[in-house]
Design a binder for this molecule. Structure first.
Ligand SMILES: NC(=O)c1ccc[n+]([C@@H]2O[C@H](COP(=O)([O-])OP(=O)(O)OC[C@H]3O[C@@H](n4cnc5c(N)ncnc54)[C@H](OP(=O)(O)O)[C@@H]3O)[C@@H](O)[C@H]2O)c1
Length: 265
């Protein structure tokens, strides 16, 4: 078993083609990690790969995969095994939100959503954590959100998916932390990225005040520091920390009432 911080290390990051995942790839590489970059858009991944090699001199590998495919996590694990890549840190970051009402969206789109946001996260942890435990070193970041505490949006699965990640991440941290493997549920609020363009809510959220927003780079740096410090949960930024503490104290009935007053963004 080794937990020598000086040994070369590798991080695997899903959703590394844009936003918070791309920023996390830069932060890990700056801290001497080689990076395995996973997402669907190969051209974007290649650009991140090139930037990381040039800027930090670390190894970078692109692995184009669609995490909506239930077979993708096993393929990712097998690729690492075949290429003798030891994954010391895992960042489950890929994600998006559906904007449709629950009944408007097709069943396939709900299945894909839960596969990407929840099942692939659990599957990748289940595949990569045993060797981390065996070696006595591992760092896992799972992207949750302040939405894990927020009042729900009508018919939207996003809050439920992120609550799951918040609970699951703490559960595996409790199991693995005695073996040198930390898992952090990272909980950003509004973050500048492609997220709201993909969701189709850019017009409405761009009216929100600037103090509610953070950059992807700020979120990524805090996430890296949090997992290295062994924090099981980290809410990004003072504003989101305050909001999430208030929301956590609200009774469910009050949150439900707030949800009823909300217009979907
Ligand atoms: N931005 C926010 O306000 C905010 C707030 C709280 C939490 N978060 C969470 O933070 C994480 C990152 O979001 P972001 O803001 O950085 O959004 P983003 O800029 O839209 O990036 C999302 C990433 O996920 C990848 N992705 C989406 N679907 C995928 C799939 N089926 N297979 C593989 N990769 C997929 C995208 O790559 P490809 O399109 O190339 O596949 C992209 O790299 C998400 O889990 C999100 O829920 C975001």
């Amino acid at each position: 078993m080794s937990n020598d911080a000086a040994l070369p290390k590798t991080v695997l990051i899903t959703g590394a083609s844009a936003g918070i995942g791309k920023a996390l790839a830069h932060v890990f590489a700056q801290n001497n990690f080689d990076v395995v970059l996973v997402a669907r858009r190969e051209d974007k991944l290649k650009q991140v790969e090139t930037d990381i090699k040039h800027k930090y001199g670390q190894m970078a590998y692109c692995l184009p995969e669609d995490l909506a495919d239930p077979a993708a996590p096993q393929r990712i694990y097998d690729w690492c095994q075949q290429n003798h890549i030891q994954v010391d840190a895992l960042v489950n970051n890929a994600g998006y939100a559906l904007h449709d009402d629950f009944l408007q969206a097709t069943w396939q789109s709900h299945l894909d959503f839960m596969q990407v946001l929840n099942i692939s996260v659990v599957h990748l942890c289940h595949l990569f954590a045993p060797a981390m435990k065996e070696r006595g070193y591992g760092r896992i970041i799972n992207l949750a959100s302040v939405a894990a505490w927020s009042p729900q949006l009508k018919g939207n699965l996003y809050g439920a998916a992120k609550s799951f990640i918040l609970d699951f991440s703490q559960a595996i941290d409790l199991e693995l932390q005695p073996y040198g493997v930390n898992c952090t549920a990272l909980c950003p609020g509004f973050t500048f990225s492609e997220f709201h363009d993909v969701m189709g809510t850019r017009g409405s959220v761009s009216k929100l005040p600037r103090f509610l927003w953070m950059t992807a780079e700020e979120v990524a740096q805090e996430g890296f520091d949090a997992v290295m410090e062994g924090k099981p949960v980290h809410v990004n930024g003072r504003v989101n920390q305050g909001l999430s503490q208030v929301m956590a104290m609200l009774p469910s009935s009050v949150k439900y009432y707030i949800s009823k007053q909300q217009k979907v963004m």
